[in-house]
Each structure stands twice: as C-alpha cells, then as structure tokens.
Design a protein around this ligand. Structure first.
Ligand SMILES: [Zn+2]
Length: 167
C-alpha cells in the first residue's frame, strides 16, 4: 500500500545491545513478523557497520510510529540499548552509522523536501527512541538541503516578532 503524504522523516533505533553486531534488516524483519506484523516495519535500516539496507519501500505505508504511519517514512539505526540492560537507552552508534545517517537524510530531503526530520520521541512522548537528541544533531550537522531553522523558532524570529510588536 502506498503512502500519499510524507510530513515526517522519523529516526528510530532498534534498541539492541551494541555487542549484537549482526542485527540487520532480516533480523528486524523476523522480530516484527513474530510480533504479528506483515514484515519489517521500517524503510531504511542502518547496520552497525553503516550498511544502508532497505526494509519496506520508502513510499510504502510503514509500521513504526503510532498515529503517524500514514504521513511518515522511517530510518532505523541498529543499537541504542545499554550493553548491561537492553531496556535502557544509550547513544552508542558507530561513526559509520552517523556517516550513513547523514547520507540517507540528504537523499530523503531531496525526495521529501517538505518533510520535517524528527526523532520517534518527538511524535510519541512515551518513547525515548532513537536515544539521542535529534534536534541537537540537526543543529550541529549540516544536512544538505535541509533547513532546521525553517521548522523551529529562532532568536532572530523572536527579535523580529518583538520588533513587529507581536510579542
Ligand atoms: Zn522508534
């Protein structure tokens, strides 16, 4: 089934231990099928080695975020759980994954120029996924073609509103 609209590019993690180096799209596919889903819920999966794998098609309706599946696509970074306790989140992604994430985001931004890049936790307050601060990441990382400032209120905007007497 195809999706009609793409308002969000949602970043996830697999919430698996960093020592589970072989987790990939096939592994996630198996887990999601065991949950009774049709197949892997994500579109892109980024392995610990930074390999970019395709789960569902980007344009396909995916299963990754409550209430927003019909207007979003997904990227899942493998890892994000503490070694000692997989239920606890941890920012432990590899440099290869950061490189791949940037690459995928720059491709997705071309594909979906109006979409906002968000972390799963921004659309579901009960989640911490992907276990790093996506806003900070976007502020620090120069994603070609994506203007983080367009989707947030900056100090400059506030000054402009004050100048215009709106604040
Ligand atoms: Zn998630």
């Amino acid at each position: 089934m195809a999706r009609l609209e793409t308002k969000y590019i949602v970043i996830h993690c697999s919430q698996t231990r960093p020592s589970m180096k072989d987790v990939d799209v096939k592994w996630i596919d198996r887990v999601h099928r065991e949950r009774g889903w049709l197949k892997v819920g994500y579109a892109k999966v980024l392995t610990r080695k930074g390999e970019i794998q395709q789960g569902r098609e980007d344009e396909e309706l995916q299963a990754h975020v409550k209430d927003y599946n019909h207007i979003s696509t997904s990227i899942c970074l493998v890892g994000g759980a503490k070694e000692e306790d997989w239920k606890q989140g941890e920012d432990n992604f590899t440099s290869e994954q950061w490189e791949s994430l940037k690459k995928v985001l720059e491709e997705q931004v071309i594909k979906y120029p109006k979409a906002r890049i968000v972390g799963h936790y921004e659309l579901d307050e009960r989640k911490t996924c992907p276990n790093f601060n996506v806003r900070e990441y976007l502020l620090n990382e120069d994603i070609k073609g994506y203007s983080f400032a367009d989707s947030t209120v900056t100090d400059g905007d506030i000054q402009e509103m004050k100048d215009a007497g709106e604040l």
